[in-house]
Design a protein around this ligand. Sequence first.
Ligand code: CA
Length: 243
Amino acid sequence: MAKPRILIIEDERALSEILEINLQREGFETSVAQDGSQGLRLAQASVPDLILLDLMLPGKSGLDICRELKTSPVTKHVPVIMITAKSEETDQLIGFATGADDYVTKPFSVKVLIQRVRRELRRGEAGGEEDRDTLTHLGIVIDRVRHKVTVDGRELVLTPTEFRLLEALIRRVGRAFSRNELMDAGMGEDAVVLERTIDVHIKSLRKKLGDHSGLIETVRGLGYRMRETPAPATDENDDADEN
Ligand code: CA
């Protein structure tokens, strides 16, 4: 089997070397670009299986690069993991809004990074995920053929918009979605709605999820995400409206 190919776009040479050594040891093939323009050229010339993209780059920022990668028909399907400098950077969230698939914050453990890389690659392989008939997550089962959702076996009656929102969130567990992205996912790109409309749909969806309502987490200032693990049992689960 061919080795998965990882393109590292990172101007800090010390870091890119560490990444290369560790990724190669884990059986990946690597290449490095030291700025975004070079990264874009390499990605177009020979499409990698995954891209590690530093946020802070000389010249074009990682955000611009990400946006370009995700809008080019050649590279838009390539998973991008952003590398951000500080945990308080809301830029990580902007990263998601520009289509990045995941992010890690410096300093990060190489072990964690490699887990994330493998996870994104698996998601890519499942590739047919788009076409899978059922999606499941922590007791929630979405049957896309019958257009049916059950939670621990109990069937939920959802509106079409709620169904699509839940599907979008469960497709990408752990990923933060902006309200804008959720509007596109839930209502189609042509719908003219206020961002707050999403909050109303999410509130209703949470109510229907009952005990599982805490799985839909509010991401302050951005939107929502599906938790990877069950929510702590506070059940005072924020009601979403404090942003
Ligand atoms: Ca940098």
